[in-house]
Design a protein around this ligand. Structure first.
Ligand code: F6P
Length: 347
């Protein structure tokens, strides 16, 4: 009887997920495996929801955003008997291996299940936030940065025509990768991120400097995880209320808070654009499709050769494998050198 590999996608949806599903499925079928979708992330294993994947199901997926097998932020470790159900359903379905495609939360669960229960799982690093360690980049990030860059380009038009300060709030959770990269690509005049929190006073000074040098508009990119930071040392976070099963607070709202500080302190008309889930939606860039495809092929190879507890990763131009434990140990934050590239153009 053919061996069976399951595939699940967990956490926020992300451009390129379907390209990974296609690559894992195509390569696994070619090497004699049967492929089964686990519906909606870890929830599918807790509830025993599966669906066969064949060549036909994965046709036409490269340009498609989202995930055809559904996703959720279910954490089996936070549910009564959740882990036992995962193990039972895995066995009951007759699975021999699992490919978990996700970010720090989904892969954190995979790492624990491998470590504590020897679940035969391999990982694929997904997230628009690009905050996973042990890989140079995650798929989905390039698309998010492209979307934000295009938005910044478009906002320049209004900023310039109306002499306004335009604040653009982008995602990224506790890291500022999206803000820094789109800020560099779009020519932001100030970029605010959680790792290197410049103050509200410094931000206003940079904008005023621009204005006194003859530029009547400014583009400020702020990462959702930035907290209003003042010269006095005080920091103020915006509380949106709500928390997910992994203990993450719902973020958002910093753009508005920052804009009223800027307008109040400088007197310049200031408007806000929150890009929100637009950053995760729609078709992946060709770069993300290619990366997702290479990750998917690597994951299928790890499964076929029985190298469990590993994750596909990009190092330089090469696809390698690293341990899930290493990949989920700590977040990959924006180093000062990258922030310096963005800040070279402030003011
Ligand atoms: O991790 C991806 C991400 O888009 C973060 O940037 C953001 O904070 C979060 O997910 C939003 O999650 P949700 O879609 O559950 O609101």
């Amino acid at each position: 009887m053919a061996k069976q590999v399951g595939i699940l996608t967990g956490g926020g949806d992300c451009p390129g997920l379907n390209a990974v599903i296609r690559a894992v499925t195509r390569r696994s079928l070619a090497t004699g495996w049967e492929v089964v979708a686990v519906r909606e992330g870890w929830r599918g294993l807790v509830e025993g929801r599966f669906q066969a994947l064949g060549r036909r199901e994965v046709t036409g997926l490269l340009p498609r955003g989202g995930t055809i097998i559904g996703t959720s932020r279910t954490n089996p470790y936070k549910q009564e008997g959740g882990v036992d159900k995962v193990l039972e359903n895995f066995k009951h379905q007759g699975l021999d291996a699992l490919v978990a495609i996700g970010g720090e939360d989904t892969l954190g669960v995979a790492a624990k299940l491998f470590e504590e229960h020897e679940l035969p799982v391999v990982g694929v690093p997904k997230t628009i936030d690009n905050d996973l360690s042990a890989t140079d980049v995650t798929f989905g990030f390039d698309t998010a940065v492209s979307i934000c860059t295009e938005a910044i380009d478009r906002l320049h038009t209004t900023a310039e025509s109306h002499n306004r300060v335009m604040v653009v709030e982008v995602m990224g959770r506790h890291t500022g990768w999206i803000a820094v990269m789109s800020g560099i690509a779009g020519g932001a005049d100030v970029v605010l991120i959680p790792e290197h929190p410049i103050t509200v006073e410094q931000t206003c000074a940079q904008i005023q400097k621009r204005h006194s040098a003859g530029s009547d508009f400014s583009i400020v990119v702020v990462s959702e995880g930035y907290e209003l930071t003042y010269e006095s040392g005080e920091q103020r976070a915006v509380d949106m209320g709500g928390e997910d099963a992994f203990g993450h607070k719902r973020l958002g709202g910093i753009g508005d808070a920052l804009a009223s500080e800027i307008e109040g302190r400088t007197g310049y008309e200031t408007r806000v654009t929150v890009l929100g889930h637009v950053q995760r939606g729609g078709t992946p860039t060709s770069r993300d499709r290619i990366l997702a495809t290479r990750f998917g092929l690597k994951a299928a190879e790890l499964v076929d050769t029985g190298r469990f507890g590993q994750m596909a990763a990009l190092r330089g131009d090469e696809i390698v494998d690293v341990s899930l434990e290493e990949a989920t140990r700590e977040l990959k934050r924006v180093p000062p050198e990258w922030y310096a590239v963005a800040s070279a153009f402030f003011g």
